[in-house]
Design a protein around this ligand. Structure first.
Ligand code: NDP
Length: 254
């Protein structure tokens, strides 16, 4: 797929990775449908990127809303060839036994149902045209336990296996599926996690050289721009200043 042939539907394009990916794809010559709930951000992005960007206000937690939005796309943007399921959030950092069920529900609705609804609305058209690439944004947090990430990590584990299952089921068709799994990266992610508390959000990055949203967009674009016969199944990236923790957490007797 050449960039000029790409019609890219990006969820969560109002900030962070999604906005960076929209800029990256358009700069390469692709058309982008930029979605998210904040209409003003989408309009600003469309002003910046011009006719190649179609702003589409959308809450991915609404099945009907997603289907209607996809069905009502204007002609030059109808035949989506790349879906970037990026919208997502981590809300809170407390232990499971103190969790707010509403925050858990919101993470399930956004990180799981949002991916499911967009895939359900867009994948059949890709199969009909025998051409498409789905890029799902997982997380290193979906591959190993991390205290405070109870439901968030669980939703990203879902994204990992869902990606692989869809890929397996599309075997024999010209459909690619990739799960991009970032470690800590700078975006509005922490601000959302800490409910708008900028001080706490910034403290999470203090002293760290973290990944940037543009670097994640590079990884997404890299996977999509590869020759059509190559499928990156999973790509995981972390800053060098982050690593796996060893299994040394013991509660000793006495
Ligand atoms: P941001 O908070 O900067 O961006 C999140 C995006 O998701 C926003 O554009 C937001 O748009 C959108 N979004 C949230 N809820 C909804 C909804 N209900 N409907 C539609 N859009 C929604 O964070 P990131 O860019 O960092 O996050 C992007 C993805 O990367 C997420 O899936 C996140 O879990 C994942 N990730 C992030 C990491 C990090 O360290 N930053 C690490 C690993 C994974 P709006 O509010 O306008 O709707």
């Amino acid at each position: 797929m050449t960039p000029q042939d790409m019609i890219v539907f990006i969820t969560g394009a109002t900030s962070g990775f999604g906005a960076a990916a929209a800029r990256r794809f358009v700069s390469e010559g692709a058309k982008v449908i930029a979605t998210g709930r904040r209409k003003d951000r989408l309009e600003a992005l469309a002003d910046e990127l011009g006719d190649a960007c179609h702003p589409l206000p959308l809450d991915v937690t609404s099945h009907e809303g997603v289907q209607t939005a996809v069905d009502s796309l204007p002609h030059p943007f109808r035949e989506i060839s790349v879906l970037v399921n990026n919208a997502g959030a981590a809300l809170g950092l407390g232990p499971a036994y103190e969790a707010d069920i509403n925050l858990w529900q919101r993470m399930l609705d956004t990180n799981i149902n949002g991916v499911v609804y967009c895939t359900h609305a867009i994948l059949p058209g890709m199969v009909e045209r025998n051409r498409g690439h789905i890029v799902n944004i997982g997380s290193v947090g979906g591959r190993q336990p991390n205290p405070g990430s109870n439901i968030y990590g669980g939703t990203k584990a879902f994204v990992h296996l869902f990606s692989k299952n869809v890929r397996a089921e599309c075997f024999g068709k010209e459909i690619r599926v990739t799960c991009v799994e970032p470690g800590v990266a700078r975006s509005e992610f922490n601000l959302v996690r800490y409910d708008g508390d900028m001080e706490k959000a910034d403290a999470g990055y203090a002293g760290l050289e973290v990944l940037t949203s543009e670097e994640i967009a590079d990884a997404i674009y890299y996977c999509v721009a590869l020759p059509d016969h190559i499928n990156i199944n999973v790509i995981q990236l972390m800053p060098v200043m982050q690593a796996y923790s060893p299994w040394n957490l013991y509660r000793r007797k006495g």
